[in-house]
Ligand binder design. Structure first.
Ligand SMILES: N[C@@H](CCC(=O)N[C@@H](CS)C(=O)NCC(=O)O)C(=O)O
Length: 243
């Protein structure tokens, strides 16, 4: 049976980290909220989240349904899928390293979200613009260098070589790092241009992921939605400053 991915329609958002893994593996999956018909669409997703009969309902999308099992949270979904999709090292110990890196990406993504919504998710960006400016200035000046500098160091120190961040083959965290670079470049093109040279390994990893046959096909397909100002990575020119 095909995996069912539940995520908000119309944006890449956090769902994209899961999509990239499913696409690289070339497995069948249904992007439920983007489909119409019985049991499909955003309505079906919301219904499932409020279900009184499901034993373990998720708090927020993305979540994945595999038969009777519903798995929530990007990092947890990828931890579940990784071995099934062949996107983690064979070495069990290294799978915890991969998970730790993915959880660090979760933290980074939350901070990206907070650049445009520093006060409340329920308020419009326009209602928290001043706070967003202050928050983004610190994010660009302090947090991007700290997070990307960290990933760069881990990549360079990987005993398996610096083509991949863990081991000597592609794992789902490499795909997520590709998405992080794509997203940051979309949201903060000026800031990223000024810092790109500091992360040569990460940029090489990003470029190598982009040309993997299945990923390249996906990026060129209709399934890959464009970034927009409803997602996690948003481009507001007034926030994009050089550090
Ligand atoms: N830690 C979760 C975060 C999930 C999350 O924040 N999902 C957002 C959409 S990207 C949402 O719908 N949140 C609803 C809410 O927090 O009330 C993950 O990594 O998957």
């Amino acid at each position: 049976m095909a995996y069912e991915l539940y995520y908000w329609d119309g944006i890449q958002g956090r769902g994209e980290f899961v999509r990239l893994a499913l696409e690289e593996a070339g497995v069948d999956y249904v992007d439920v909220a983007r489909q119409s018909g019985r049991g499909m669409g955003t309505g079906a997703m919301l219904e499932l989240m409020k279900s009184k009969s499901e034993p373990h309902i998720p708090f927020a999308p993305p979540f994945l349904r595999d038969g009777d099992l519903i798995v929530s949270h990007v990092a947890n979904i990828l931890f579940y899928l990784g071995p099934k999709l062949g996107l983690v090292p064979d070495n069990e110990t290294l799978r915890y390293i991969v998970n730790g890196l993915q959880l660090t990406i979760t933290d980074l993504v939350a901070e990206v979200h907070d650049t445009h919504h520093p006060i409340a998710t329920s308020l419009y960006y326009e209602d928290q613009k001043d706070a967003a400016k202050a928050r983004t200035k610190a994010f660009i000046g302090e947090r991007i260098p700290k997070f990307l500098g960290y990933f760069e160091q881990v990549l360079q120190q990987n005993p398996g070589g610096s083509r991949y961040i863990v081991g000597d083959a592609l794992s789902y965290v490499d795909l997520s790092l590709f998405q992080v670079i794509e997203g940051l470049r979309y949201a903060f093109p000026k800031a990223m241009k000024a810092q790109d040279g500091d992360y040569p390994g990460l940029i090489a990893l990003h470029d190598a992921v982009a040309v993997r046959p299945k990923i390249a096909a996906y990026l060129g397909s209709k399934r890959r939605l464009a970034f927009n100002e409803d997602g996690i990575f948003r481009h507001y020119p007034e926030l994009d400053t050089t550090p």
